[in-house]
Design a protein around this ligand. Structure first.
Ligand SMILES: O=C1O[C@H](COP(=O)(O)O)[C@@H](O)[C@H](O)[C@H]1O
Length: 265
């Protein structure tokens, strides 16, 4: 693994293989869980959908399945598709099938969206749930804004540079008031989604962006490298935790278009 701090763009962890990345990601999540449980008694983690869940698979295996204190985990979603929970497009279903059903997480600690209402109502409901949990400090609060401060937000990256359901040039990138918002015109199906807003993502204690494959190499370059003013600003470039730590988990293909100056090999 080539490790490097990249100016203001966080820590880069570049892996020779996807398998090596999966092990490093499991170690990272397990260590943050342990630290958070020691400090706060709980671990409030927000997941994304897509390839991320499969890349977290080692957490279901030894030693993590036995050593992680799953009873202290509280699960949220950084974005969700507004479909039934048993629908193939549901990020909840993906995580349940690939992770949550394989480890002893307490069912009442799993905070999925209300799938029986409109996208707008689902976003409002989800924000309400999060507000209640911030009041009790199950989720911490940011010192600089009133935003929730998740212990960890895990993000994937689309080939177009989107993170969560924040897509390039979409007006919700400018949302500063809401914690959770909705879209009905996602360029990637399904169209109706809810998503954490940038202020919430950037208030987390830890944010990890996990990316594999060469189809995402250009977006990784646009998100991390020092680019000219004529280059498009992809949503992933707007992930800039105010006081939290940002880590990029990349395989060699995803990192293949990074400028050499990004890396301290
Ligand atoms: O639609 C979505 O896409 C992104 C990226 O997915 P990937 O399969 O290319 O990794 C994902 O992070 C997001 O949660 C999801 O809703």
């Amino acid at each position: 693994m080539a490790l490097s701090g990249h100016k203001n763009r966080g820590e880069l962890r570049i892996h020779e293989s996807v398998d090596e990345l999966r092990t490093d990601l499991a170690d990272y999540v397990a260590e943050l869980s342990e630290a958070s449980v020691k400090e706060r008694g709980v671990f409030a983690i927000a997941l994304s959908g897509g390839s991320l869940v499969g890349l977290m698979g080692k957490l279901c295996e030894a030693p993590y399945n036995k050593t992680v204190d799953w009873s202290k985990w509280y699960i949220f979603w950084a974005d969700e598709r507004v479909v039934a929970k048993n629908h193939a497009d549901s990020n909840y279903k993906l995580a349940k099938d690939g992770l949550l059903s394989k480890v002893p997480i307490i069912p009442s600690h799993v905070h999925s969206i209300n799938d029986s209402v409109s996208a707008e109502e689902a976003a409002d409901d989800y924000e309400f749930v999060i507000r209640q949990l911030v009041k009790t400090r199950l989720i911490s609060v940011s010192e600089t804004s009133d935003c929730p401060k998740f212990d960890l937000i895990l993000l994937g990256l689309g080939p177009d540079g989107h993170i969560a359901s924040l897509f390039p040039n979409h007006s919700v990138l400018n949302e500063r008031e809401e914690w959770v918002t909705f879209i009905t015109d996602s360029p990637k199906p399904p169209p109706e989604r809810i998503t954490f807003t940038l202020p919430v993502i950037n208030s987390a204690s830890n944010v990890a962006v996990v990316v594999t494959g060469d189809s995402k190499a250009e977006s990784v370059h646009l998100a991390i490298d020092d680019i000219g003013s004529d280059c498009p600003i992809v949503p992933a470039r707007m992930v800039q935790p105010a006081s939290g730590k940002l880590v990029w988990f990349l395989d060699k293909l995803a990192a293949s278009k990074l400028e050499d100056s990004s890396l301290n090999k």
